[in-house]
Design a protein around this ligand. Structure first.
Ligand code: ATP
Ligand code: MG
Length: 140
């Protein structure tokens, strides 16, 4: 299986509830390695660019307001099949529908405030990583 990198965000609901370490423990237990990480306050412009694909969706405004409402932790995760492995570990978008043992089932509160983001494909992963990290900030 190919070693991949994926982009992760620990969202403001999770930083507010002080569960960034709990999430990192679940990530590391899955076998993924955190090869870059920083805690930032996302700007409105960054959030609008990041979620541009959802611009026409009814929840777009609410989503941007949420993502800039508090600190987030942006990360690059590395491992075999990292994109799919992390999507599985996150669980379904709606925590009520997420499988047992997933981050969203265990820690998230609602479909809007669902604790984590993970890239959905290789091209989006590369684009998302490049939006937040310079190459020399990623140490594998
Ligand atoms: P993410 O892209 O954050 O990893 P995802 O791929 O599981 O999540 P998307 O469909 O890409 O889900 O939606 C992006 C984000 O928009 C969701 O994680 C959630 O925070 C928010 N969102 C999605 N659907 C809704 C909704 N119906 N109401 C409110 N917020 C929503
Ligand atoms: Mg998505």
């Amino acid at each position: 299986m190919a070693i991949e990198r994926t982009f992760s965000i620990i969202k403001p609901d999770a930083t507010a509830r002080n569960v960034t370490g709990a999430i990192n423990a679940m990530i590391e237990k899955s076998g993924l390695r955190i090869v870059a990480q920083k805690r930032i306050r996302m700007t409105r412009e960054q959030a609008e660019i990041f979620y541009a694909v959802h611009r026409e969706r009814p929840f777009f405004r609410e989503l941007v307001e949420f993502m800039i409402s508090g600190p987030v932790v942006v990360q690059v995760l590395e491992g075999d099949n990292a994109i799919a492995v992390y999507r599985d570990l996150m669980g379904a978008t709606d925590p009520a529908k997420a499988a047992d043992g997933t981050i969203r089932k265990v820690l998230a509160k609602s479909i809007g405030e669902n604790s984590v983001h993970g890239s959905d494909a290789a091209d989006t992963a590369n684009k998302e990583i490049a939006q937040f990290f310079a190459g020399n900030e990623i140490i594998g």
